[in-house]
Every structure is written in C-alpha cells, then in structure tokens.
Design a binder for this molecule. Structure first.
Ligand code: GLN
Length: 544
C-alpha cells in the first residue's frame, strides 16, 4: 500500500513516565499485526542535540541506532516491539532543530527575515516529521515530555499546523494520561486528565483518543465522565491498567479495540489481525520451567532505566529458554556487596560503563568468573576490563590499565585515534568534543572459526553489531594475551580492532566490544544472551 502515510501523534499529560513510548510502540505492533507498515519517531523537547552527553541517572540508557545515532531509550522500545530498525533521524530534539535553523541563518538562507519560533522553528519540525516516510502506511510520532511544558510548545504548535495541512483523515492525536486513585474518596480521578486535555485544546489540538493509565483499570462510569468532559467518543477511550510485563500491552490495547477503532477512524478496511505471536510470547513467559540467577555487576543498580536494553535482552533470552531469570543488579562501588553476591549467582555480566567508579569491584567479578568457571559475558567496558584483569593477573603487568583512567605505562586499552567506518577514515584526538564523537553504530565483525563465539552465532563468518565507545583494546598485547589463553575470537574486517575475546579453558566466557543488547528482541532474542542463559542453567544443573 503506497498512499500518503497516516500520522499518529502521541502526546502525554498529567505526569511523565506513564509509558508513552511503550504505548506508541504497542500501537505500532498492533498495526503491523493488521498487515501495515510503520515507522516510529520521537520528538524530544530537551535542548541537548542528543542524549549522548546526559547522565544515564537522569535520562536512562542511550540507545544506539545502526547508523550511529545516540538516541532516547524509547527508540529501543520501538525496535523491540516492531522489529523496525530505528535511525538517527527518528529522534528529533529542540537542540537539533535550533542548530539546523541557526546554521541556515548564518549561511544566509533566510536573508531579510527575522527568525521566529513560528514559522521557522515549526517549519523545521514539520519538515522533519514529513521526511523519509513515503514508504510506510503509518508514522507514529511520540512527543516527549508532558503537555504544559514550556519546551514542548513548538512541537505541539507544529503538530497543530500539520493536522490542518494533512487533514483529519490523515492524522490523529492520541493523548495518554494518568487517572490517580484517591484512597479517601475511594475512586479514580478524571480531573487531571480533563485539565490536560483542556491544555491541549488551548494549543489548538483536540485529541481523538485517550489512553488512560491507572493501577487497576477503570469502571464504565469513569469512561462516560472522561468522554463528556474531554470531548472524546467513549469508544475511543482506552483502559490501560498496569501490567506485570510490558509485552502484554499490545494485547491489552487490542482488548479495548484501539487498533480496530483507529482503522475505522482512518476509514481503512482491515478485518484480519494476527496476534498469535504475541499470545504465544505471553504463554512462553508465563510458563518458565526453572529459575537461574544472573549477577549484573555495574554502576546504575539503583536506576535500571540506565540498563533498559540489557534488562530486556536478559528477559528475552530467559523466555527463549523457558527460564525465569532472577537478576541481581549490583553496584560494584559497594565492594563488600559485590564479594558477598558473587558466590550465589549462576552467571555474571559486566555491562558497558564509563569512568573509574566501581572498577575494582568489576575487576573482582571478572576474576571470580574466570577462576571459578562461572559463565560470563562482558560488554564493551566489560570487555576492556577483562583485558585489564588478564594483563594484571595472568601477564603480571601490574600497571595494565586504560588511558580512560589516566596515563599508564601499560595501556592495554587506549584511546582510538583512527579507524575505518565503511570506506571512510575516522579521526579523533584527545581534545575532541564529547558529544557524538565516539565509535558509534553498526560495524562488521569477522568471527574466528572454531571459537565459542562462532558457535553462538551459528557458524556465521561475519556479523554486524552496534558500538558506543571511545577506547579500544590495544592490539599490541594480543599475542601475549593469547598465549595465556585469552583468545581474540572476533576482529574488525581489517584485523585492526578487537571485537571479542574468550577464554579457551573456560566453559563459557565471552567478552565483546559491542553492545549486543541493542539488537535483542522478544521475537528474536540475541544469541549471546541465549547462550549465556543456557550456560548458567547448565552450571546450575551440574552443581545441584
Ligand atoms: N568507557 C569505555 C569507552 O569509552 C566503554 C564504553 C562503554 O562501555 N559503552 O571506550
């Protein structure tokens, strides 16, 4: 079907963090189940160009796209729910819009005009929303933040204009709100939703659908009240109670007939919907045969949004092997807790990270996994620390370190200054800008045959995985490390950049320079996590 795409704008009100990203992703999944193609995008009101420089404690994980975009974690949800690879241009921020408009002003593109939010900024937003979408049936655009925020105004104004230009038959607004439960009154309150819709109407947008979040769902009387005061048809109000698992949400939306109502709204004939894979996935998730305990030794143990894709990848792998994974998130700065936790886990992950905080605990977790033959997966920083641990304890190089932590006489991990990206030579120096200058996005990796890595990837010779790092394992130490049993099992096609290492005398110990978690999806779990979970299970079985 190649007509003008239909645009679904998803806005949020009342409070943030009620799951707009997952709602948008679920709508995408439902439309796919009806045979339509979708593209999901996010309009982010913050002024950063991208979240690459934002502390993960503040904004959660930075999700990396194939084309090297450092984006919002919601794009990870989009990919996991729809399997449509996201692109750097699927995230638009206020920062990107303004820097592009200002660059054009400097070039003289607007000679004679004074640059204003309306029309210049809003035109730029509209241009973005309408670009690169001709090949899809639906474009779902989530607007970050909450209606009423100062920063989101230009985005909402652009949507208001777009809706007039596209016409109602090609655009819809779905507004997501929260119905708080007031215990003393014993009821869910609709007033904040009413205010939020009023705020939207002040901007000139009347939502056609409401998705109302609450802990347990609402009664019919609440639906009637919402319809009356928010001016939305009763049939367009979706009950969205909390669910134990996010992948239940598409089926819940379907129960409320959201996808059917959307098709009717757009006058699209669509009578068949195939949700069998979703039902099967839930059944699989509900019926684990056993449990394994996974220890993740990292930094952001108190804010798991920072490890969103990792969390998801672990759970996908568990489902694939019918195992419930009890994940222990350990902040390695707490060395005592690290030491206490290590003996009780069936497998260990040391995830990506930056800076020196907590590295001692991470090195200890790595050494423990190596010496006690515990299944281990090191990711990015995790692999760099595997190299440091091996150099210090197996090669006896006490000063082995990464130049990320300061000058060292044994730079086993060092700043990369030159590398190839496709046909292009990339160059970096120590005094580079921090934003957008890492080795980012998908790079090919050649797998050495006969290795554990090769088995994981079912004998594939070359794979593609996503990167986000500034430092690189130093090839000058490769031969010495291989002599003590740390095999380099994955390399860049030119053989210059180490991509994966593994211990030859260990049942399952792999560390990779890339981030496999970004590519794991519920319907195609990443093989590295699946094999790790399998090894954890085997280890548990052999010791009980
Ligand atoms: N800090 C390391 C680097 O920049 C690893 C980064 C990461 O784990 N994503 O190379």
């Amino acid at each position: 079907m190649t007509t003008t795409p239909r645009f679904i704008f998803v806005t949020g009100g009342v409070v943030s963090s009620v799951g707009k990203g997952i709602a948008a992703a679920s709508i995408g999944a439902l439309l796919q189940a009806r045979g339509f193609s979708v593209r999901l995008r996010k309009l982010e009101p913050y002024i950063n160009i991208d979240p690459g420089t934002i502390n993960p404690y503040k904004h959660g994980e930075v999700y990396v796209t194939n084309d090297g975009g450092e984006t919002d974690l919601d794009l990870g949800h989009y990919e996991r729910f729809t399997s449509v690879p996201t692109r750097a241009t699927d995230l638009l921020t206020t920062g990107k819009i303004y820097s592009s408009v200002i660059a054009r002003e400097r070039r003289g593109d607007y000679l004679g005009s004074d640059i204003q939010v309306v029309p210049h900024i809003t035109d730029e937003i509209k241009h973005f929303v309408l670009s690169e979408v001709n090949d899809v049936d639906f474009v779902i655009c989530e607007v970050g933040g909450t209606v009423g925020d100062i920063e989101s105004l230009p985005f909402l104004e652009a949507i208001r204009q777009l809706r007039n230009e596209l016409g109602r038959e090609h655009s819809v607004n779905i507004h997501l709100t929260l119905l708080p439960y007031i215990a003393s009154a014993g009821e869910l309150k609709t007033k904040p939703s009413q205010h939020s819709v009023r705020e939207l109407r002040n901007i000139g947008i009347q939502p056609e659908f409401l998705i109302c979040r609450s802990a347990q769902g609402f009664e019919e009387v609440t639906r009637k009240k919402l319809a009356l005061f928010c001016n939305v048809p009763e049939k367009h109000i979706v009950d969205a109670p909390d669910v134990p698992w996010i992948y239940q949400i598409p089926l819940n939306f379907h129960k409320s007939d959201l996808d059917g109502a959307l098709c009717r709204y757009f006058n699209i004939n669509s009578s068949t919907v195939n949700l069998t894979p979703w039902h099967d996935l839930i059944t699989q998730w509900q019926n684990p045969v056993s449990t394994v305990c996974m220890g993740v030794f990292g930094k952001y143990a108190h804010f798991l949004e920072a490890y969103k894709s990792l969390q998801e990848a672990i759970s996908h792998a568990g489902i694939a092997r019918s195992l419930k994974i009890d994940v222990r998130w350990i902040d390695t700065e707490n060395e005592e807790l690290t030491r206490k936790t290590l003996p009780g886990v069936d497998a260990i992950i040391v995830p990506g990270g930056f800076g020196t905080r907590g590295i001692q605990g991470k090195l200890e977790a790595i050494r423990y996994a190596r010496e006690n033959k515990i299944p281990f997966l090191g990711i990015c920083f995790g692999m760099q620390l595997v190299i440091i641990e091996a150099a210090r304890h197996l090669l006896g190089l006490q000063n082995a370190s990464s130049t990320e932590f300061g000058e060292t006489s044994e730079p086993v991990v060092a700043l990369m200054t030159e590398w190839m990206q496709g046909e292009q030579l990339q160059r970096r120096t120590t005094c580079e800008n921090m934003g957008g200058t890492m080795r980012l996005g998908a790079y090919p990796c050649k797998i050495v045959s006969g290795t554990c890595l090769s088995e994981v990837y079912a004998g594939e010779k070359e794979i593609s995985e996503r990167h986000r790092h500034r430092y690189e394992v130093n090839m000058a130490y490769k031969d010495r490390l291989e002599e003590v049993g740390l095999r380099f099992s994955g390399l860049s096609p030119d053989g210059e950049l180490p991509e994966a290492v593994e211990y030859t005398d260990h049942p399952w110990f792999i560390a990779v320079q890339y981030h496999p978690e970004f590519k794991s999806r519920p319907f195609s779990p990443h093989p590295l996590f699946v094999h790790l979970v399998q090894a954890a299970w085997a280890k548990k079985e052999s010791t009980t």
